[in-house]
Design a protein around this ligand. Structure first.
Ligand code: FAD
Length: 451
């Protein structure tokens, strides 16, 4: 009797979960586990907390929908809040597991952790298998070696576009082996806030599938290219990113549904542009695999770091949405309140931090990492590098003229008003007596004698 364990990570779905299907095919009994490692809640090098509240709630909802979905297959989801390696090894030992499987991770830290897990399991005599499934294409399909990944997006796109019809089909899971013992108790995550919350997105594979269905049952995909830059309109872009980030939806499920839409309603520039944007995601995922920890370096993939620095006061103002730039304030307040901002809003806020506020791009990226509901290590750090001029941008960085952006995307000021962006400090930097003592004022302090 072969007893398997599948460890869910950023693949919180059953359908089109090839890593799950691969393990399920090989075992007689299967346990399913999710580990919420407290390390994810710890502050990072540039942040004062780990995963933000929006992403945490989305995760909690995703786990509860995964639990429900697994039950339909006669399965359970065990959830443990513990250091990952210890949790897996204890589970394996306690239940006499022979084979452990999980998705191959795409994050650098997660890859190092998985390598350590592989070593530990090997020492315990337990088989361990991973399957890569975060991208449209498999690595073997790429028409170049990863070390030759084009340095810019356009040549990458031109090389992979001929492969559009070769995107592997979605894997349908119909059966899962029976489970081992049921979880001792139903677990909910700590620090996930109240269940009835004001999230703009509902986490989970069922909610993701419903959104996929709803989006492609409207005509919104036919106008995507014209509407995608809107700052605050739910139908203006696909809004798949939170479900993609947690793996509640696979990118191939979206691709397949989009192709179906094109067959039914016709392809146009807008439906092509959704593919174009999914290729940006694809590019940054392979970019992370190619450049690994360089994606977090100040100089990025280049040799010269930018001429920016860290200004504590400016950073605090930017994070809180209290800069002299009302549009940026509105964006940052929307980010803080909802965890989601549009692509255009991300570019505007990032450009302000980099150019007007002259900030170190890594702090901006880390703040987005903390706040975004759809945080994806490859897309976030890749885009920040791009804008900061230390990544894949052939033009060496981007500056978005804030007046022009406001004229183009918020001409009536509705978005800015909605998020309270006008309510701000008109002055960027302040000096007070602590920084710049005033001799006269000091002289008048009681208890001080003049020389
Ligand atoms: C500074 C900055 C940080 C970002 N951080 C993230 C992040 O952490 N997670 C994330 O998913 N996206 C990130 N993006 C990319 C993009 O802004 C979001 O994917 C998009 O706004 C999500 O909304 P949507 O699903 O409606 O996108 P749509 O416009 O509908 O696009 C469809 C899908 O294509 C992909 N996509 C679109 N634009 C990009 C892009 N520029 N780079 C990579 N993939 C893209 C996403 O998977 C998205 O869901 C970032 C962009 C910038 C400029």
């Amino acid at each position: 009797m072969k007893h398997g364990l599948f460890v869910f990570t950023r693949d919180l779905r059953v359908q089109d979960n090839q890593a799950l299907a691969a393990i399920a095919r090989q075992v007689d009994r299967l346990d399913c586990l999710y580990i919420a490692d407290p390390a994810d809640q710890q502050p990072g090098r540039y942040t004062c907390r780990g995963q933000g509240i929006h992403a945490r709630r989305f995760l909690q909802q995703s786990l509860s929908q995964l639990q429900q979905t697994l039950q339909l297959f006669g399965q359970h989801l065990h959830i443990q809040e513990e250091e990952s390696l210890t949790a897996v090894c204890r589970f394996v030992q306690a239940r006499k597991i022979n084979l452990v499987g999980q998705s191959a991770p795409f994050g650098v830290y997660e890859q190092a952790l998985t390598a350590r897990l592989a070593q530990k399991l090997a020492a315990m005599g337990v088989d361990f298998q991973t399957s890569w499934q975060h991208t449209l294409f498999d690595r073997s399909q790429l028409p170049f070696d990863l070390t030759d990944l084009p340095k810019h997006f356009t040549p990458f796109r031109q090389l992979v576009e001929p492969l559009f019809s070769a995107v592997p089909p979605v894997e349908r899971v119909i059966l899962l082996p029976p489970p081992g013992a049921a979880p001792e108790q139903k677990m909910t995550l700590s620090n996930a806030g109240q269940p009835g919350n004001t999230l703009a997105f509902q986490g989970g594979c069922q909610a993701g599938a419903a959104h996929l269905h709803t989006y492609f049952n409207t005509d919104a995909p036919l106008t995507y290219k014209d509407t995608r830059n809107a700052l605050d309109c739910p139908q203006s872009s696909t809004r798949f990113s939170p479900w993609l980030a947690f793996g509640c939806l696979s990118v191939r499920q979206i691709w397949q549904r989009l192709r179906q839409f094109e067959q039914d309603k016709g392809a146009n520039q807008s439906t092509y542009w959704i593919k174009f944007e999914l290729l940006w995601r694809e590019y940054f995922h392979w970019y992370l695999q190619r450049y690994q920890s360089q994606v977090f370096r100040f100089a990025g993939i280049h040799s010269q770091p930018p001429l920016t620095s860290f200004h504590a006061g400016r950073f605090a103002k930017w994070c809180m949405g209290n800069t002299p730039y009302p549009l940026v304030n509105a964006v940052m307040r929307q980010l803080n309140q909802t965890g989601y901002i549009s692509n255009r809003a991300r570019q505007i806020a990032a450009s302000c931090w980099l150019n007007e506020l002259q900030g170190d791009w890594r702090y901006g990226a880390a703040y987005f990492q903390q706040q975004l509901i759809d945080y994806d290590v490859a897309a976030n750090w890749g885009n920040w590098q791009y804008l900061a001029g230390v990544g894949a941008d052939p033009r060496g960085g981007r500056w978005f003229d804030l007046h022009k952006q406001r004229r183009l995307y918020d001409p009536q000021g509705q978005f800015t008003r909605r998020w309270g962006g006008e309510d701000c400090d008109p002055q960027l930097d302040h000096q007070d007596a602590a920084d710049w003592p005033l001799p006269d004022a000091d002289a008048n302090q009681p208890g001080r004698e003049s020389e």
